[in-house]
Design a protein around this ligand. Sequence first.
Ligand code: BF8
Length: 646
Amino acid sequence: MSDDQEIEIITVECIRTPPGHVAPERVPEKVEERAMDPSVKEVLAKTMFEGVETVWDRFEKQQPSCKFCDSGVSCQRCAMGPCRIMGEGKLRGVCGANADLIVSRNLLDQIATGAASHSDHGREVAEAFLKAARGEAPKYGIEDEAKLMVLAKEYGIDTKAPMKKVAENLALAMLDEFGTVKGELTMARRLPPGTFEMLKKAGLLPRSIDREIVEAMHRVHMGVGADYRDILAHGVRASLGDGWGGSMVGTELSDVMFGTPGIKKAKVNLGVLKKDHVNISLHGHNPILSEMVVKAAALPEMKKRAEEAGAKGINLVGLCCTGNELLMRKGVPQAGNHLSQELVITTGALEMMIVDYQCIFPSLPHTAACYHTKVITTSPKARIPGGRYMEVTPENGFEQAKRMVEMAVDNFKNRDDTRVLIPNKPMDAVVGFSVESLRAALGGTLKPLLDLILEGKIRGCVGIVGCNNPKIKQDYGHITLAKELIRRNIIVVETGCAAIACAEAGLMKPEAADLAGKSLGAVCRSLGIPPVLHMGSCVDNTRILNLAAELANLAGVRIDQLPVAGAAPEWYSPKAVAIGSYFVGSGISVALGVMPKISGSPNVVKMLTEDINGVVKAKFWVEPDPKKAAAILFDHIEGKRAELGL
Ligand code: BF8
């Protein structure tokens, strides 16, 4: 493969909504239905007036959705079908599968997809780290030596060897986790002993990262297992291989290579684009490329080139989880979350969107074709028709990043100023709450946080994670739930698109302490932190796992005994299904705001919302109303406190 396969660029056309799709006089009302953030509403209105299609338009065109698919009872797994069944468990597909089996297999498929996505990302980080250690990846290095040594010790690696050798051995040890035959994952030992033993007894500890995903794919084949309980149990095991394996490798080694996040100020929302700068957005998940773009854009020669092109400089902005990675580590401003990805283009002010993979609308080049924006795809796994493909590897990452920045600068002249709308009020946020930075802020140990929880000044902690979904007004679930929880003196930690939503709503400003209950507000003010803490991207949900494990270890209890919970109010992605499953598998009950496609099997619903509690002492709730979800989570936390005698 050559680095730049320009010859294969496929020209795509701007997609416009049919005339009259939304009458101009109805645009303001539609905008209110669709979004919460003022900067999003402003740009969405412009987009609708211009007739450029967005995710919300496509969602409307898909309605009404198929009831069989919605409830999980359609099966596409083999050529005897497709099959779709309904009703009291009596009907069966051609092979004889009943609703329980069809629903559970479909769910396992989703978990495996999510776990595979995260873990493949983690593998790529580890491969890049190996090349960096061997000196084969120019510009990639080791920014956090202390973390390297901590991880090396955890893996039993000789830390007295030269640093590059330690790094190489750690990379090899972590890559081994994907197919290890040692029978367990090293980082699963971070689980508190009680939780570890509970999972071991239940046969839920992952044996290797890849193995559980491959076995999941085996199990969803027709004629393997027919017991929905077994199938769901394997889903939990595969997801734990993601949480305590693939995703954790991704987070930990990204920290070593690019720096463990420290607490810092940043700006968020579409207002971070700059009218007089060359704007480049970095979208996707893996920091391997985007970190190089940050380096390339900072070169004096690039600034000079931008000035020669008539701009004041180069402005990088993040989107989704690649954005979160850069925001946490480098303070790069964050333009928006999942449902805002098209709007960054429709501002008319974006010279280039560089993508890696996951959560990238395949239609983005069509949106870009309505403006002057260039879309650059970079992964051989994620080429998109209409995007210019510039393959990025650890060996060529920096050189490719430089070429991209140059191309973006050269595209500045094509911007049509008459079509530009940049909202002018970015929101301030304080971000960068890794477990390490929290520990440092608390004087070197999480004990003060545990004490605040035990004393009741902080009643508990909820991790709000996950996506946007056009079924829900963008960010409504995240913001409402977070506000309701902090009001009840529950501290909130967030990742992914949930974190971006709450940052845009001002909940990550220290002043948001005023929205918290009296005791949490006082704690936040004394520490100078907001009541909603940004912990990173979706693979960084492992930071939440580590936080929970460390608190449980300090308290001498299992994770499920802590007054903690999780929530995914607006999830859409199979990755979120994997995350929810590994939270529950680790002992953290989770409230979902969107019903998974399981309602066709009351047995599966009961297993996930009740019976699983008997195995891992945690379960799911499904509650679309975030105010009611907050009440459920509060009761759960107070119940856990009572069980601990607090
Ligand atoms: O991994 S929260 S929409 S961007 S899947 Fe995607 Fe969901 Fe956003 Fe990040 Ni996570």
